[in-house]
Design a protein around this ligand. Structure first.
Ligand code: DQA
Length: 139
């Protein structure tokens, strides 16, 4: 079975409560249960942290023998050279995802330090961005 790690960064533990007009009303835990049902032929793992170093540690931990990583680094997307370097340091391909369409938002969200290091990016499809991110590893 393929193993796919989902990593969520800062403030994404508050999905469902946080700015619901932008991010919706569903918690990630509830959505993750749906994802596991939809992708019953793969092993899905979920990790969330508000700390940059813990996100990097999880990339290192899963980045050599998992089949894919779906990463929403939250605001670290726009600030973190260290996460970009971690993505470049591992073998497992990483798909960058965002729930909101960051290009419709403030200009500081238009730049990602991570995109260049990632296999590709999925942006703006609500929670379905994660579903689409996993699909990449099914191709
Ligand atoms: C986000 C977009 C980021 O700009 C923001 O800081 C987030 C969430 C998204 O999924 O739309 O925390 O990554």
């Amino acid at each position: 079975m393929k193993r796919i790690q989902i990593i969520n960064g800062p403030n994404l533990n508050l999905l469902g409560k946080r700015e619901p007009l932008l991010y919706g009303h569903q918690s990630f835990e509830a959505y993750f249960e749906e994802l596991k049902k939809k992708f019953s032929t793969v092993e899905l793992f979920y990790f969330q942290s508000n700390n940059e170093g813990e996100i990097i540690d999880k990339l290192h931990e899963t980045g050599f023998d998992y089949d894919g990583i779906v990463l929403n680094a939250g605001a670290y997307t726009h600030t973190s050279v260290a996460i970009a370097d971690a993505i470049r340091s591992i073998n497992t391909p990483v798909v960058e995802v965002h729930i909101s369409n960051v290009f419709k938002r403030e200009s500081f969200r238009h730049h990602s330090y991570l995109s260049e290091a990632c296999k590709g990016c999925i942006v703006g499809f609500g929670m379905d961005s994660y579903h689409l991110g996993i699909e990449v590893f099914m191709l």
